[in-house]
Design a protein around this ligand. Sequence first.
Ligand code: G1P
Length: 276
Amino acid sequence: MIRKCLFPVAGYGTRFLPATKSMPKEMLPVVNKPLVQYGVEEAIDAGLKQIAFVTGRGKRAIADHFDISYELEHQIAGTSKEKYLTSIRNVLNKGTFMMTRQREMKGLGHAVLTAESLIGNEAFGVILSDDLCLNKDDDGVLKQMVKLYNQFRCSIVAIQEVPMDEIDKYGVIAGDDMGNGLFRVSDMVEKPAPADAPSNYAVIGRYILTPDIFDIIRATPPGKNGEIQLTDALLTQAKAGCVLAYKFRGRRFDCGSVPGFIEATNFVYENIYGEE
Ligand code: G1P
């Protein structure tokens, strides 16, 4: 059983400055809910109720969001405004929250390794909350991946086809098609130039990782942009054993970019907001 989900939330959110100068980018609201809460709800819905944050300086608002605000509860209890707290109360009732700080920004691989003491020796999920995944009438993306993990027992990355002129924003895989949207990974490259990309299958921010990844990351030298890349560690894991890539069902919005964020906001306002 997978119980834990890791949220690397130490990044700066440069593309949203000045909004993110003193506020974590993960707290930017898509309509009325912070981006990170969508991810946490997806994890809890997949059965991963122990939430681990790798935070950094300036990210205290995230810790406060996943805690009771006594003053607010006191003011709102018994009034018509209480309904606005329903979604976060549900999250707090179901989940437990733990944090550790990444003191230096040395890449996604390094962020995952920082969480080793919170995760221990068990398989776990990873959600990058910049990638907002919505799947209203179907299983969430992480839930789809947990089902696959229970069947295959190896690391799994979520993938999506992207236009070639955007491929250099992503980790990119090559793999053997196993049918049903599954590929056995044979190659993986972090942010390749279009000419060097092994396919147009981009990794998006949902992973299931087996705990041997920690030792592999420890032995992984800095790669693209001088950072310790999870992509490089996953390629090592794929070569030594098995990593699967899964073309998920559902919509994904790149909320790390302004256009993707606006698209998500419009989509949520038109299709989801008001139903909770
Ligand atoms: C990270 C990963 C990359 C992945 C992407 C998904 O990159 O390094 O492999 O494709 O997330 O959003 P980042 O967007 O943090 O630069």
